[in-house]
Write a protein that binds this ligand. Sequence first.
Ligand SMILES: [Zn+2]
Length: 230
Amino acid sequence: MGLKRAVVLLSGGLDSTTTLAYAVSRGYEVVPLTMSYGQKHSRELESARAVAAHYSVKKHVMTHLDLSFLNTSALISDAVDVPKRRSLEDVSEEIPATYVPARNIIMLSIAAGLCESVGAEAIFIGINAVDYSGYPDCRPEFLEAFQHVLRVGTKAGVEGRPIRVEAPILDMTKGEIVTLAMKLKAPLHLTWSCYQGGERACGRCDSCLLRLKGFREAGVKDPVPYEATR
Ligand SMILES: [Zn+2]
């Protein structure tokens, strides 16, 4: 038996870095896959590179996908602002402006292609449905449906070795994610979660607020510098 291999979607944020650390702890040789798609927070790409280097991965696939035509998303279009809030209580039930149309379908599809080409048996994705359920492509029913797509729509699936989608932090709170990251000694100082592209994290976007909540709940100080924290 050779080493078991997995593709890990690595954005460079807290969740994907913890997910990568988890895959490594489970004995996988990981192939991180990082996509730049014109996101404002391109700073996270440097983080992804640093995290991959921290784990001395043999192969880190970084690819550019021009999604600039998806200009309804605040993560891509300069015409749409990233929402800034006072607290998480201000986050509404609606799908937020930071939703990138069909992003996880797009990314998992590319990850599936990479899996087949490198002989990986699983895709690890750091999606989470607990603290932030506003994104439809972060829900368990989406994952189950995509699992079916992989069974019927890939060579590996048809040959009886379907690629598994693993989402180890799907049901965790942000506090539990930070606690797991600490236990796995994930390099959280290298990660970047802020949706804004600044030198310091803004402390006001949904992603910053959730990250800060996670560190608070875990009783750990966030090593990343902030403009403003509550
Ligand atoms: Zn922010």
